[in-house]
Design a protein around this ligand. Sequence first.
Ligand code: HEC
Length: 124
Amino acid sequence: MNLKSHHLWIAGMVLILSLSKCYYDNEEDLYPVVECNTTNMSYANNVNPIITNNCLSCHNAQFPQGGVVLEGYSNLHNFVINGKLKGSIQHDSGFSPMPQGAAKLSSCFIQQINAWIDQGAQNN
Ligand code: HEC
């Protein structure tokens, strides 16, 4: 390796290192930590889709397992009032953990349902 190519090699390494440092610095911008939006939760836009996708296969109005109907606002609201919606999705002791036989809802979904309850569990 003559002097010239040696310098080129060093220049190349410095370039690669500085590029990768740049890339690393920007990583948070490229892949932002996904935040969970819990403001102004809506039954129609936020809560009902979660319930529909994760619960209604067993808790629809036609063939409700355990007699628990979660289809439609007023049916779901009964389980807000008796505390069982919150208890079951949080896997609190004294409640049947839901969804039965499946993974716990994502923490964002749980936060969003709880926020909706705290915001008055309205039919909005
Ligand atoms: C695979 C079927 C299945 C799915 C999916 C399911 N459940 Fe259930 N759920 C049941 C059965 C069966 C019961 C009655 C027996 C029991 O309480 O364990 C029940 C009971 C309940 C109860 C009454 C619990 C209590 O402590 O009295 C609530 C509330 C409930 N489910 C909510 C939900 C919610 C919310 C979801 C979705 C996140 C869900 N379930 C998904 C089968 C299911």
